[in-house]
Design a protein around this ligand. Sequence first.
Ligand SMILES: [Fe+2]
Ligand SMILES: [Fe+2]
Length: 282
Amino acid sequence: MRAHDLLEASSRLAGFDETPADSCVAHDAGAPVRRVCAGINATTGDLLVAREMGCDTFLLHHPLAGDAKRRFHLVLARMVELMEDHGVPPAPARAAVEPLARRARFNDHLSDWGHLADAAKRIGITLLNVHLAADELGRLAMLEALRPLPEHATVADVVRALGDVPELAHPENEIIVVPESDAPRPAGRIAVMHAGGTNGGASVAEALFAHGVGTVAYIHLSGEDAGRLEARAREGHAGSLVVTGHMASDAIGMNLLLQWLREEHAVECVAYGGLAPFDGLR
Ligand SMILES: [Fe+2]
Ligand SMILES: [Fe+2]
């Protein structure tokens, strides 16, 4: 299997017709993919570690290199789609995402997108990243875990149900409820806002709450946005947030990809760095 085939096949596995803009082959060293070092993040040093471990390919999750880093902001359109799926009309959905999309667009523009790709080229290792497709696989796994929940489930029940996902149940992973005192409250309609590029912050959660969603699940959230949502709750506005944990949540989709590579394509995979604690959990 070649790197471009791996990229395309992983997109199809997650149900995308085209490879999402936040995923790319940053460097193809030319050899087939046989032994993969897979991680959530990577530095030039990590590429050397991968080569040291005898890997021909680094499979990265986050869009840290090449076209994926320059074009990451484009996948935030997917967050708007997810909001629409949860009943937010197009105009307020776009308005809630716009400041984030603008920030991402300028961050991508200023980024050093060539650095990691060049390091891969110089040491002769293939470097690709799979971001949105892996997150979509993770989102589907979370939805599956939530499916058995009864209609009148509480926020604490949501947290417990997510604990059926092996990566989220890792003893070092913490699932945070915002505001914390919401755990016994009815969860209402649940929106799993993963695979939208990043978390939508307070503005996306607020737009969802304003359109009938009772509980939003994010995989991470800034302390500032958590504070804003807590302040809004103190003013009597309903709406709870469940923050599932960044590395554990990203590991769900990446583990599913590794499982597919190992079982369907006989590719050797070494889970590395932030992904390593979650290896072998499925
Ligand atoms: Fe992710
Ligand atoms: Fe992530």
